[in-house]
Design a protein around this ligand. Structure first.
Ligand code: B1M
Length: 256
């Protein structure tokens, strides 16, 4: 019978000598602690929210960029947990505990992410949600936080959102962008359904449709006629800004 303590502890050990993206904190000349990143990812694998919270607080106190803490620490842990789950070495309750620890850490880091972007102007209105049948929301919430921190007004519909709910909200708030996240290969069809519903209701091309999620690809985005796809929350911000610039240009105005 499996025990969390029996998980192999090899791959997730943080080692800056490995071929990983350079931490933004290093690029900015700030302090980075390899053992701290290692402890962060381990707290997620262990499903230990208290420890994850403590480490998130420690990261902030050390001046580590909150996005580094997520991308190079906590998210490495949740991806490892997912792989273990995928090959049957971890069970659903353990994955759930890992997800709770991840959420607890992000909750601590979120105010700082928002604070760092708090002086921006309003860039546009984005209706966000996870596709029908899909309850994964960690990545979608991260996209919401990054866009919000950078000046977008976010209307987050939560998880398992139907195409009709996306359309109704887009109409209600006069959205510029509708963003649909999907983590399951089975719920990616929900992204297509949202785009079709936007088309049916005559909302496009005024409302741009963007998609993302672990299994989503550029090819899928092109296939279903999405206006854009992004691989992570930072790219989602660039994508949303570019789409807003396009919209402004098409109105005959100069892009911001
Ligand atoms: Co689930 N799950 N899960 N899960 N889960 C996956 C997705 C899976 C790949 C794990 C695996 O088997 N290896 C697998 C899917 C397989 C497939 O479809 N081919 C899977 C499965 C099978 C399931 C269940 C069916 C398991 C079951 O019940 N038997 C079940 C599904 C329930 C449902 O939705 N109906 C399930 C449940 C769960 C938990 C509840 C335990 C938990 C979710 C908790 C929560 O979200 N509140 C969970 C988790 C945590 C995962 C993994 C491990 C991690 C997902 C995550 O949070 N990643 C995941 C494995 C993996 O992805 N490697 C897995 C961290 C997050 C920061 O990254 O979500 O990719 P991500 O988001 C990124 C980018 O993708 C992008 O930006 C984000 C930030 O950088 N992005 C966007 C995301 N949305 C975007 C939208 C955009 C733009 C960019 O524009 C709109």
């Amino acid at each position: 019978m499996y025990h969390r303590s029996q998980l192999p502890h090899g791959p997730p050990e943080y080692n800056s000598a490995l071929d990983r993206p350079q931490p933004r904190s290093i690029a900015a000349g700030g302090p980075v602690s390899d053992p701290l990143f290692g402890a962060m990812l381990q707290s997620i694998i262990d499903g230990a929210p208290d420890k994850a919270v403590e480490l998130a607080q420690q990261a902030l106190a050390s001046g580590i960029d909150p996005l580094d803490a997520i991308n190079l620490g906590f998210a490495v842990g949740i991806k490892f947990a997912g792989d273990q789950f995928g090959c049957g070495k971890m069970f659903l309750p353990d994955l759930l505990a890992s997800a709770e620890a991840m959420k607890a850490a992000i909750k601590v880091l979120e105010p700082e992410m928002l604070r760092r972007g708090s002086e921006r102007e309003t860039l546009g209105k984005v209706v966000l949600g996870t596709a029908r049948g899909d309850i994964h929301d960690i990545g979608k919430n991260l996209v919401a936080t990054i866009l919000s921190a950078s000046g977008f007004q976010i209307f987050d519909l939560g998880t398992s959102v139907t195409p009709e709910q996306f359309v109704a909200k887009a109409k209600e708030v006069d959205a510029d962008i509708v963003g649909v996240s999907a983590l399951l290969t089975t719920t990616m069809a929900g992204q297509k359904a949202v785009i079709e519903a936007l088309d049916r209701n005559g909302l496009r091309p005024r409302v741009k449709a963007i998609i993302g999620g672990a299994a989503v690809t550029q090819k899928w985005a092109a296939e279903i006629g999405a206006d854009g796809y992004s691989r992570n929350a930072i790219d989602a911000l660039e994508l949303a800004k570019n789409l807003m610039a396009d919209k402004t240009t098409h109105k005959g105005l100069a892009p911001a």
